[in-house]
Structure formats: C-alpha cells, structure tokens
Design a protein around this ligand. Structure first.
Ligand SMILES: Cc1cc2nc3c(=O)[nH]c(=O)nc-3n(C[C@H](O)[C@H](O)[C@H](O)COP(=O)(O)OP(=O)(O)OC[C@H]3O[C@@H](n4cnc5c(N)ncnc54)[C@H](O)[C@@H]3O)c2cc1C
Length: 308
C-alpha cells in the first residue's frame, strides 16, 4: 500500500516504538480470530492521537479505533489501514470525581475507584474491555449503564477537533451512542461517583463476578452477547433477552466447526479452538435465520465487524 509507506515515512521519531506492521488481529480481539492489520499504532497521549490522525488523514490511510477488542469480529483477511489502539490509561480521584484514560480497563476503573473510597460502578464488575469501548457502546448490565455516571470526556473528532464534551454529545441509549457513529476517538473521561460503604460495594462486586463466572464464558474466547436484546413491548417495560428466543429456536445445538454457541447462554458464540471469522459469521447468520423463521423477529447484532 503506497499510502501506508508514505504515512510511515512521514511519522516523526516519537512513533517508532508505537507502530507495528502486519499485526494479526487474533491477538488483539477476545474472540481470537482475524488476519493481519497493515499497521497498528498505540495511542498513549491526546497529542500523539492528534498528530497521528492528521498524518493518516493526509496520507488517505483508513483508520479504525480499537480498545481491547472484546466486542468485535475481525475478518480473516485482516484490515487494510491503521488500527489505532487507545492506550491512555492514567487514573486519579478527587472528591467524588474520578478521571481516567480511555485505555484503562473498565474493570480496573471500578477497582481503583473502590480503592479511592468511591462507589457506584460495581454493578459492572467483570465487563471486559476498555473505558473507551465501554463509553462508545454504553456498556452495562443488571439495569445500569456507564453513561449514567459520565461527567465529560476528551474526544478527538475525525476532522481533527480535540474537545471536551458532556454526556449530551454521546446520546447514550441501549448499547449505543451517537458518538460511535461519528468515528470520534475517546481519549479520557471523568465520572461522578459517590463516597459510600466500600465494604458493601466490594461484596456486591464479588456477587456480580460470581454471577458472570456462572453464566459467561470467562475462560473461552468470545465477544459477549452477539445480538441485542429486543425493545420492551410497551413504555416502562423490560427488554426481552435475545437469548430466550435463540434458545427456543434451537441455537444451543448449533456450531460451524469450532465456532459454537455457548452451552450455558444461547446468545454467546465461543471459539472452541481454531475457529475462523468466516465460521463465526456463518454461525451468527444461522442463529439469526432460526429466530426469524420461528418468531418473525430480526435480531440486530451487538458485536461490531472489523474489516468485513
Ligand atoms: C465475556 C464477555 C462478557 C461481556 N459482558 C458484557 C456486558 O455485560 N455488558 C456489555 O455492555 N458488554 C459486555 N461485553 C462486551 C464488551 O466487553 C463491551 O462492549 C466493551 O465495553 C467493549 O470494550 P472494548 O474496549 O473491548 O471495545 P472494542 O471491542 O475494542 O471496540 C468496540 C467498539 O468500540 C469502539 N471503540 C473502542 N475504543 C474506543 C475509543 N477509545 N474511542 C472510540 N471508539 C472506541 C470500536 O471502534 C468498536 O466500534 C462482554 C464481552 C465479553 C467477551
């Protein structure tokens, strides 16, 4: 790719240690599938993000922002362009406000907040991924979402604007935000928590972690729930779990080679060893088709496709 060579030769020395060519995406995603990305660049400061983005745009090289890769399916053919891995991971607490880099693990944020005497986020204990990924996807569980706690965030827009924005710029809704669709990169954020009973919060955290160990594939590669839960039937109602329809449609018996539906949760695909992205994709299509045929419902994917 001549544009890529032009970009690499235009990079100042500070990026030498931050870039890697031909990096396989199976090592950067929790499903452990995906071919090589042309270039991966670690973003460790907002200034580096700004400089790199400007050079990539000038060289006309496509870019994709990646966190911990816990909600993406990367293509077997990899990605033609640059994967920007957000690795800003600082943390500080003052009063009831915590400030963190978007590359910090979401679960690390919870632990460090508790260490600082601040409670509120423990409902989300054990959600894999980074803070940035959690914010743009409004990660949540047990009836709460990260967006409820955001004060503001530092984002880099695709047009090069580096700005601090409030929750309204995210447009938080169920597992989705407006910001994700704009291609903006989240670099850091501040959250309002509260001083509370850290012991009690720690117990709640352990309870949530144990619940995850019972219901989720914690030791097998996966990307969490594949499909979004269905909208409530009426105002104030609860979302209907996609897993319920999938189970009744027989998804738990489905597989495509080592790509299998998790035996304990019909809405989760696991890579039982050596699965390809194409096999996982075919399995997801079959699951979706089974629900469509049985219930006339079109499930929407929650997992993002990278390079497909
Ligand atoms: C076992 C398991 C359990 C899970 N349980 C839950 C759960 O209970 N609730 C839940 O909500 N999710 C759950 N997930 C899904 C996943 O953990 C979340 O979606 C997580 O927030 C994704 O974060 P990430 O850093 O891995 O993002 P990635 O997977 O790397 O990226 C996901 C999306 O976010 C974008 N993105 C990532 N970082 C940034 C950034 N800094 N700026 C801009 N865009 C960015 C990417 O472009 C992509 O569109 C689970 C996943 C697994 C594997």
């Amino acid at each position: 790719m001549p544009a890529l060579d032009a970009l690499i030769s235009a990079l100042p020395g500070e990026f030498r240690d931050a870039i890697r060519r031909g990096t396989p995406l199976d090592g950067l995603t929790t499903l452990r599938v995906g071919g090589p990305a042309d270039l991966v660049c670690s973003i460790r400061t907002p200034e580096a993000a700004l400089r790199f983005q400007a050079l990539a745009a000038e060289a006309l090289v496509p870019a994709y922002v990646l966190g911990a890769g816990s909600n993406v399916l990367a293509a077997d053919t990899g990605y033609r362009g640059v994967i920007l891995r957000v690795e800003t991971a600082e943390f500080s607490a003052a009063g009831d406000v915590v400030t963190a880099g978007a590359g910090l693990g979401f679960d690390d944020l919870i632990v460090r907040s508790l260490d600082a005497g601040l409670v509120g986020l423990e409902f989300a204990s054990g959600i894999p991924g980074t803070l940035g990924g959690a914010l743009v996807g409004n990660a949540g569980c047990y009836g709460h979402e990260i967006g409820e706690f955001l004060l503001d965030a530092v984002v880099l827009r695709p047009d090069g604007r580096l700005e601090t924005v409030g929750p309204e710029a995210f447009g938080f809704r169920y597992r989705e935000t407006d910001l994700r669709e704009t291609g903006a990169m989240v670099l850091g954020a501040r959250f309002k928590l509260r001083r509370g009973d850290v012991h009690e919060a720690g117990l709640l955290r352990q309870e949530k972690l144990a619940d995850r160990r019972r219901k989720h594939p914690v030791d097998v590669p996966s990307a969490g729930s594949w499909f979004r839960n269905l909208p409530p039937a009426g105002p104030g109602g609860r979302r209907r779990p996609a897993g319920e329809l999938l189970e009744r449609a027989g998804a738990k018996d489905m597989c495509e080679g080592p790509a299998r539906v998790f035996p304990l949760h019909a809405n989760i695909i696991i890579n039982a060893g050596g699965a390809t992205s194409a096999q996982i994709s075919r399995l997801a299509d079959r699951m979706q088709a089974a629900v469509r045929e049985r219930f006339a419902v079109d499930l929407q994917e929650e997992v993002r496709r990278l390079g497909t």
